[in-house]
Design a protein around this ligand. Sequence first.
Ligand code: SF4
Length: 318
Amino acid sequence: SETILAIQNLSKIYKIKTHPFSLKYAWLKAVNDVSLNIRKGELLGLVGESGCGKTTLAKLLLFLEKPDQGKIQWRDTLLTGLGPKKLKFWRRLVQPIFQDPFASLNPKQTINQILQEPLLIHHLGDSRKRNRAVNQVLTEVGLSPKLKTAYPHQLSGGQRQRIAIARALILKPEFIIADEPTSALDVSVQAQIVNLLLESQAKRQITYLFISHNLSLVANIAERIAVMYMGKLIEIMERNQFLGEHHPYTEVLWSSIPRLERKTKINVQQWGEPPNPLSLPSGCVFHPRCKQKIEICKKEEPSLKEIKPGHWIACHLF
Ligand code: SF4
C-alpha cells in the first residue's frame, strides 16, 4: 500500500568524548544512512539491542533532534528543511508514546490539564469541546473520566501509560511512534497496553512505528519488522517472511527467544560483546560477531538488497 513516510539516507552523528576525562573526541554514528518507507496504516516494528540507534531514529522523526544528513518526507511534504512554524502541522500529526509514562507526564498537573494541554498548544476547540474530548479519550483508553482530577502519582503504571496514550490520541494523530511503550510495565499489564494500541490502530487507522528490544513481542503484532544494528538497518521483512531466512544477526535474535519466556531481553552476549560504537568495524559492522563471515565481510560493507519482494537484507551471503 501507499508510502506515507519516506526516510532517505538519514544520518545522525554525535561528537563524543572518548573518555570522561579525555580531551579527545570521536564520532558516534547513531543513525547511519538509514532509508525506510513506512506504509499507511501499518504497524512497523523496529527492533534492535539498546544503543543500536532506534531511539535516535525516533527522535529524528519527531524532530527532537536534527539529522546531519538525509531526508524525511510525509506524503508530498519534505519535512527536513522546514522551519519550526511550518513543522507545527507535523507536531500534531505525529505523536510519541515513550517507555516511562511517569517521566513523560508533568507531576504537577492534573490528568485534565495534561490532556487539555496539547489541544491548547494547537488552538483546538473551546473549553466545552476540550472537556468533551478529554472525557471521550479517557473512555477510549479504558479509564473513568472521574480520574480527571487525579495527579500522575496517584495512578498505577498501567493507568499512567493509558494517560500517555490518551494524550497522544487526543490530537487525532495519523502516525504514532511508540518507543518501548510497555518495557517499564509489569508483564500482566503489558498485554493490555499492547491491545489498547492495536485497537487504536484498527479503529483510527493510525500508522505505527513500534520500537522495541523485544523481537518476540514485535513479531506478534507487527506487519513488518525492520532490524537495526550499530546505527544501520540490516533487514526489513514482511510478516510472511518472519519464518524464512534472515540476516545472521536477526537469526541470533530469533534464536535467543526462549519459547515460553514472554518478557525477553535480547541477549546476544554469547556471540561476543558488541563492538565499540566509536570505532566501527571495517566492512560489515556485524563481522566481529558473525559466525558465518567470509573473506569479503571484513573489507566491504554489504548494502541493503531486496532478496525477495519486500524482503531486504544487508549481507554478502545473499
Ligand atoms: Fe556475517 Fe558477512 Fe553477512 Fe556481515 S556480511 S552478516 S559478516 S556473513
